[in-house]
Ligand binder design. Structure first.
Ligand SMILES: [Zn+2]
Length: 110
């Protein structure tokens, strides 16, 4: 399988259409959502490649086929790293807010 067309239910009434093609382990992909048409990393590409298939509609492929398509690709590796960094960033943001609140309290109450 060297190409994959998937439909995902997003915010709009009509599902978004994502098309992926693969040569060796290099994957290209596009999505027709507002961000996707400008070549941005939209949440649809992100979630499909990282294996979250909950919003998939009318799929002619099994979850296993979809997952196998992205397996061992540079794209998948990068997206997993991106997701991990986002988690780290959320963690840091929590820590920042905590220390900020402490500082504000200290300014107020000594
Ligand atoms: Zn999209």
């Amino acid at each position: 399988m060297d190409s994959l067309t998937l439909k995902v239910q997003g915010g709009a009434e009509e599902p978004y259409i994502l098309k992926f093609t693969k040569h060796d382990n290099a994957i290209k992909g596009e999505c027709n959502c507002t961000a996707g048409v400008y070549g941005k990393l939209c949440k649809h590409k992100l979630s499909l490649v990282s294996g979250s298939l909950d919003s998939l509609v009318d799929s002619e492929y099994s979850k296993e086929e979809i997952s196998n398509f992205f397996e061992n690709s540079t794209l998948k590796e990068m997206i997993l790293e991106y997701a991990q960094l986002q988690e780290n960033a959320a963690d840091l943001k929590k820590k920042l807010n905590k220390i900020k609140n402490k500082i504000e309290k200290t300014f107020k109450n000594g």
